[in-house]
Design a protein around this ligand. Structure first.
Ligand SMILES: [Zn+2]
Length: 422
């Protein structure tokens, strides 16, 4: 009886089963070798890739999509977004006026834009509303990318992601001091509890803010905000639940503690020097640069009144630095995964990051690999990021050859997720 009920409830919530679709791709990007392999016929059934045949092979009776003159790549993965928000001059005031429902409804729009831009999977690094958006997308209620969500970011008191930063004393008093339940920790026991709370909330990954941040209402963008011990406890507890840990970090000391504490990835990594680069290579830590966010905030820092006075100098100093840091880290051989921090910049423009990576010296093929094969490794998911039989049928097509012109990634002509064409 229980089995029957379970089967019935699964059938009720699963998105419409994908039909067999055949894609005739003019060229295909092999994400494991980062090379184009020529024309392929890709047969997708029930949301997965069934066959990948050389050349153009007719498959009678199936729905066929002509993508000749196009390059097919695995669906792109953005490892750093905030799907339920988008920053702007009014964001600071909106925190006091909007409800979760407002953010959720905006998120629905952002999610569809992201999917249509070719990003079939995202990792959302902060935002409780996104947990529900993820579920709504998975149930087929709204359109969007597959989301791996952190839920609430874990911070220390006054740190980047302390939800009461910038509030007046009366409001702070009324709300009380935030603790592990709200994602604010001080000490090992708090850190352990905060991770367990994220498990209870239904998170897929853990995010910590190892240093100050640009957009938070606080003075320092780079001061360390966790002890090594606190990071270690987060990482150890996260392992109990199979979670990877992503660490937001701009300053050097915070990065050092995060890496030594065992985090999976450093996000932004702004003031990474040779010592930190060597440490990341030693520990096998991933780097998710988010150049797009850096460029965006540096640009907006020039607009009078766009940011509060406490934020503007941070945006100017940190934003301008990230692309240069990326160039050095890439040259030094740090493992790089693709991430934009969209929600800082406008959702749907995620492919800008490809251009910035190439501009900073990474070949286009490796930039695409960072958003497919490598990003899947950061997620720890075995059936994403490749066009191979058995993998999820997430496929994006762009006109022409994106290895010759990376800006073609901004002209996505076709998006398939789980075998469904959007
Ligand atoms: Zn972020």
């Amino acid at each position: 009886m229980r089995t029957l009920l379970l089967a019935a409830s699964l059938a009720a919530t699963a998105p419409a089963m994908a039909e067999t679709v055949v894609l005739h791709c003019g060229d295909v990007f092999d994400s494991t070798t980062a090379k184009l392999v020529g024309a392929r016929t890709i047969v997708t059934t029930d949301g997965r890739i069934g066959q990948v045949l050389p050349g153009r092979v007719p498959v009678p009776g199936a729905r066929e999509v002509d993508l000749s003159g196009h390059t097919c790549t695995p669906g792109w993965i953005d490892l750093h977004v905030h799907m339920a928000s988008q920053s702007g001059p009014r964001s600071y005031e909106e925190r006091f006026r909007l409800d979760d429902a407002d953010y959720a409804l905006r998120g629905v729009g952002y999610a569809e834009k992201t999917l249509k831009a070719g990003f079939t999977t995202v990792r959302d690094l902060g935002g409780e509303v996104t947990l529900k958006l993820r579920d709504a997308i998975n149930s087929g209620a709204v359109k969007g990318p597959r989301i791996y969500a952190a839920g609430k970011s874990i911070a220390t008191t006054g740190g980047h992601a302390d939800p009461t930063n910038g509030m007046n004393s009366e409001l702070s008093f009324m709300l009380g001091t935030p603790g592990p339940t709200e994602g604010v920790v001080n000490g090992a026991d708090d850190a352990r509890q905060a991770v367990r709370q994220r498990y209870k909330d239904g998170s897929d990954v853990i995010k910590i803010t190892a240093t100050g941040g640009v957009l938070s209402y606080a003075r320092s963008g780079d001061a360390p905000q966790f002890t090594v011990d606190e990071v270690r406890v987060v990482v150890e507890t996260a392992k109990d639940y199979g979670y990877a840990v992503a660490a937001h970090a701009h300053g050097k000391e915070g990065m050092r503690r995060a890496i030594e504490g065992g985090v999976t990835s450093i996000e932004h990594g702004t003031f990474m020097d040779d010592e930190i680069i060597a440490l990341m290579k030693k520990h096998g830590t991933w780097y998710v640069p988010t150049i797009t966010a850096g460029r965006f905030v540096a640009d907006k820092a020039k607009v009078p009144g766009y940011f509060p006075d406490i934020v503007r100098p941070k945006a100017e100093r940190i934003g301008a630095q990230i692309q240069d840091t990326f160039a050095r880290a890439y040259k030094a051989g740090v493992k790089i995964g693709f991430g934009t921090d969209m929600g800082v910049g406008p959702h749907g423009d995620n492919a800008l990051e490809f251009g910035y990576m190439v501009e900073a010296g990474m070949p286009a093929a490796e930039a695409l690999q960072a958003a497919t094969f490598k990003a899947a490794q950061v997620l720890g998911v075995a059936d994403l990021g490749q066009i191979e039989p058995g993998f999820r049928a997430d496929i994006v097509a762009v006109p022409g050859n994106p290895l010759a012109d990376i800006t073609l990634t901004r002209k996505v002509a076709f998006v398939m997720k789980d075998g469904v064409v959007y």
